[in-house]
Ligand binder design. Structure first.
Ligand code: ATP
Length: 423
């Protein structure tokens, strides 16, 4: 485990001093306690510096106790949140990284039998220092806050250390593969967009964020791959609007140590089933936002007749549950943080007029005009299923920026929320 930075209750900080005066002012107790994860390798590798120079002093000034964990490897943060028994004693988990670490922490929490409880209890803070921070960018957009650096990071630090910080509910999508269940907060990609995201990684050191453009040009004007598969979806009905869930982060009273309600049933549950928490099918039963479970069949069964099924040669499939896939890239302008639908986009090779049109589509993402192209289809859905033809060369399936090793995948809007801090 990483370094521990826990300030004491105040008795040994400023009270009394050396003169032993009885009239020294009392130091108020901390306003809260947060667990901070820093991924030192995220983005351009400056996360630890951001923590040391900006976040740490602000937490101290705001009188917020914190414990720092610098991640040592991929999966480290997941292990911590799966194993710790004192998570309910924190007001929030602050992640100094990109969307990848957020994904790891949320799904780690959801592996616990008390994951649902902890998601209601804990707020999340993101201090952006990864190469992609689409989740925070989406919240900033919804709140009318800037996404351009340096304000993006500076504001995030101010918000997570503000005694009046508010955490806003963001819907999770229930994801199902043949081997597991998990949650997504942002995007599911397959085909061109997923491949550009993953395969541009080789140019990261040389080109930085320009790597996406370079990889896109190589792919579109070089060997343009297409992907055979079946896409099924259930269109969303009329919007069901609900007031977004929110709570005041530091006015919530942390619970005493080890008081998570079902944590101690974990061993029993793990013994009876190798999957616990959200990895277990039962966790999601009754948690689909809409529609009734009867029209969302488990992945192994045929889809209901109300679903639309498209089989063909795809250029890409991309599904988003929030507006932004990275700061400044608004992929789904109509998405809301807490609505009852996800936005599905796809393109079939047969509809593409020219490679140039595909290049223009990618270029138009920055100005949010990409959905105006006729060959790109957009549907609001409550559930979708993607079944690549695994006999043919295929693409990565990428969820929230992370590669998911699976042959097919299904996603359904859920009623499970995380709460992300802002002002
Ligand atoms: N110390 C570490 N060393 C290597 N990988 C790590 C470490 N800590 C976390 N990771 C992994 O790094 C991955 C990417 O993290 P994140 O998305 O937060 O940063 P990023 O710079 O935006 O990354 P990317 O652009 O690769 O998606 C996550 O899968 C996470 O598990």
């Amino acid at each position: 485990m990483g370094l521990r930075y826990i300030l004491c209750c105040g008795c040994c900080r400023k009270s009394g001093g050396d003169n032993g005066s009885d009239f020294a002012p009392e130091v108020p107790p901390p306003i809260g306690r947060v667990l901070v994860f820093v991924n030192p390798h995220s983005g351009t590798g400056k996360a630890l510096q951001v923590y040391k120079k900006q976040l740490d002093p602000r937490l101290t000034d705001a009188n917020i106790d914190h414990e720092l964990i610098v991640t040592k490897h991929s999966g480290h943060a997941r292990d911590v949140v799966v194993e710790r028994t004192d998570l309910a004693t924190f007001n929030a988990i602050i992640i100094v990284s990109g969307d990848g670490l957020v994904f790891e922490v949320i799904n780690g929490l959801l592996e616990r039998p008390d994951g649902d409880f902890l998601l209601q209890k804990l707020a999340f803070g993101v201090v952006p220092s990864g190469s992609g921070n689409g989740l925070l960018a989406s919240l900033c957009y919804a709140r009318g806050l800037p996404q351009k650096q340096p304000l993006f990071t500076r504001n995030a630090i101010e918000h997570v250390t503000d005694s009046d910080a508010i955490a806003y509910g963001i819907n999770l999508t229930h994801m199902q593969t043949d081997t597991k269940h998990f949650a997504s907060f942002m995007s599911i990609g397959w085909g061109l967009l997923a491949d550009i995201d993953i395969e541009s990684e080789r140019f990261r050191k040389v080109l930085g964020s320009q790597r996406f453009t370079f990889e896109a040009v190589l792919r579109i004007f070089g060997h343009l791959r297409t992907y055979q598969g079946r896409l099924s979806f259930l269109e969303a009905g009329p919007i069901e609007s609900r007031p977004p869930a929110q709570f005041n982060v530091y006015s919530k009273t942390p619970l005493p140590d080890e008081s998570c309600p079902s944590y101690h049933s974990r061993e029993t549950s793990a013994a009876s089933d190798s999957h616990s928490g959200c990895q277990n099918d039962q966790f999601w039963q009754g948690k689909h936002r809409k529609p009734e479970a009867s029209i969302v069949s488990p992945l192994g069964e045929a889809v209901d007749s109300k679903w639309t099924v498209i089989e063909g040669e795809f250029l890409f499939v991309y599904v988003t549950s929030v507006t932004h896939i990275s700061p400044g890239n608004m992929y789904a302008p109509s998405a809301k943080l807490s609505d009852d639908r996800i936005q599905l986009t796809y393109a079939l090779k047969k509809d593409l007029p020219s490679r140039f049109a595909l290049a223009k589509f990618l270029d138009a993402i920055e100005s949010a005009k990409h959905l105006d192209f006729d060959f790109v289809k957009t549907v609001s859905v409550t559930s979708f299923r993607l079944e690549p033809d695994n006999a043919k060369p295929s693409s990565y399936i990428v969820v929230d920026g992370e590669i998911i090793d699976c042959k097919r995948i299904q996603g359904t809007v859920s009623d499970v929320h995380i709460h992300l801090m802002s002002k």
